[in-house]
Design a protein around this ligand. Structure first.
Ligand code: ADP
Length: 500
């Protein structure tokens, strides 16, 4: 198939021109093919049409990228750049993203499948906001003077230094935004980077590489290597000259990253899976709770690590909540994400379609009742209808494992006792997020304290902000993204002790 001829009526000039290019990887300021010459086809998941191909980078390409990043960190102009100039460059990225926002949104949609309206307002805007927020950090990364107690005359202080060369491996659910969450704090801290986008969704990362160059970053500061996880990703996680690896993806791969990182004890931060509870109390604004909990699971076709996939409704409002969420699900319009009237696009790939429909089948087999959805549509592409399962129990696979699709398991609870509510909310290996729906301040904040999750939302779900640390308890990860913590995770603390 000749992918360069692919066009879509809603695809603008910028995105069309980008897709027509011979796409390469960015290593040391140059656009290069994989050393092996191999490529990966990129698919529009709404049509299953091949729309581009990108290099299939492997260990040799990762090695070249790491060498470039090492040189840029140790010797290049980046090693001498002032904090204010780092800020200026990062801010420029936000400005350039804003200039090309529609193009980025369209590329994200045709690559990932998500509705273009969400791509523009959520993904692209979110990326712009993260770069603007992080642009403020270079001039604010200070150490401390420390009042030591040793005998003598001491001047003791700490400094924060960039951790060095960072490998960043990102997923396919929010491709550009995940790149922004990783790149922005690392650049703010003064690191150099090798970024590996997901093989399913490499387009916006490569387009972003062009913006990196346009903004004026020195060669080798940001390198972008496309490739499969088991090849390029694994090589990056293992590489002895990488000082830190930052990963977002599945918990299973996260555990592999930890093992690979042990080779040189590189620093690791992980943002992994979730099975987040949304808990609705009888005193909640029920219309708001219905809309919010439906959105918590169906936004981005359920492909959010924080998705509210376990919905707990108090027995006294259970029927109303279920009826409301089913009704919301039935009103969502599925279709090609470039159609601006569409609410839900396809899942990202055949693999995800198989996985999600497999879970729905497993739920049925274990006794769950499918109230709505549960099948794909008659369209080509990896569409799965928004699905509501009831009569689910805490021991079912659909309740225990992350589905990463538009499938919610609704369970009833009777107790008004918050310790017992917290027990079922916490009955999971994960601890990424949770939401509590109530008008009662005491209920909200007491339960928020008892839930073991990195983000607890009250009367909302899937809430993120560049200033707010984001990450997980338990098997949802290590460390935090965004906020001050994210930047600090890209630094080492140095203690300087001067005997005067
Ligand atoms: P999914 O299974 O949903 O595709 P993954 O966790 O496998 O999610 O993918 C997230 C990212 O991790 C992608 O960029 C992928 O290429 C990468 N990846 C997958 N396997 C490995 C691995 N063994 N080592 C390093 N990175 C990997």
């Amino acid at each position: 198939m000749n992918y360069t001829s692919v066009s879509h009526p809603q695809l603008g000039k910028g995105a069309t021109a980008f897709l027509a290019k011979d796409l390469r990887m960015l290593i040391d300021g140059k656009w290069v093919a994989a050393k092996s010459g191999k490529t990966i086809d990129v698919e529009d998941p709404a049509t299953q049409q091949i729309i581009a191909s990108v290099p299939a980078g492997s260990a040799a390409d990762i090695d070249a990228a790491v060498r470039a990043a090492r040189l840029a960190f140790d010797k290049g102009p980046w090693s001498r750049i002032s904090p204010a100039d780092r800020s200026r460059l990062i801010w420029k990225l936000a400005d350039l993203l804003e200039t090309h926002a529609d193009e980025f949104a369209e590329l994200e949609t045709i690559d990932n499948g998500k509705p273009v309206v969400n791509a523009r307002r959520g993904d692209v805007q979110g990326a712009i906001d993260v770069f603007r927020y992080m642009a403020g950090w270079p001039t604010r990364l200070t150490g401390e003077t420390v009042p030591v107690s040793s005998a003598g005359n001491w001047h003791v202080y700490t400094t924060r230094e960039p951790v060095g060369v960072v490998g960043q491996i990102i997923p396919w659910n929010f491709p550009l935004m995940m790149a922004a969450w990783k790149l922005a704090p690392a650049l703010a801290a003064g690191c150099t980077i090798v970024l590996k986008p997901a093989e399913q969704t490499p387009l916006t990362a490569l387009r972003f590489g062009e913006i990196i160059q346009e903004a004026g970053f020195p060669d080798g500061v940001v390198n972008i290597v496309t490739g499969y996880g088991e090849e390029a990703g694994a090589a990056l996680a293992e590489h002895p000259d990488v000082d830190k690896i930052a990963f977002t993806g599945s918990t299973a791969v996260g555990k592999r990253i930890v093992k690979a990182a042990a080779s040189n004890l590189k620093r690791v931060s992980l943002e992994l899976g979730g099975k987040s509870p949304a808990i609705v109390f009888p005193d909640a604004d029920l219309e708001h709770a219905i809309a919010g909990t439906a959105d918590a699971i169906f936004y981005n076709m359920g492909q959010c690590c924080t998705a509210g996939s376990r919905l707990f409704a108090h027995a006294s409002v259970f029927d109303r909540i279920v009826e409301g969420v089913v009704e919301k699900a039935s009103r969502l319009k599925l279709g090609h994400g470039l159609d601006t009237s569409v609410n839900m696009g396809p899942l990202v790939s055949q693999k995800q379609w198989d996985r999600v429909t497999g879970y729905i089948e497993s739920g049925r087999t274990e006794g769950a009742q499918v109230l709505t959805g549960g099948t794909s549509t008659d369209k080509s592409g990896y569409f799965v209808e928004p699905t509501v399962l009831v009569t689910t129990r805490g021991d079912m696979k659909v309740v225990r494992e992350e589905i990463f699709g538009p499938v919610v398991c609704v369970q009833r609870f009777d107790s008004d006792e918050l310790d017992s509510v917290a027990r079922f909310a916490n009955d999971t290996d994960y601890g990424l997020a949770a939401s509590i729906w109530t008008r009662d301040l005491r209920t909200a904040h007491t339960l928020a304290r008892k839930i073991r999750a990195g983000t607890v939302c009250i009367n909302t779900h899937n809430y993120v902000d560049p200033a707010l640390p984001f990450g997980g308890f338990k098997q949802s990860g290590w460390g935090r993204e965004m906020g001050k913590e994210a930047v600090e995770h890209y630094t080492e603390t140095k203690a300087v002790a001067a005997c005067l």
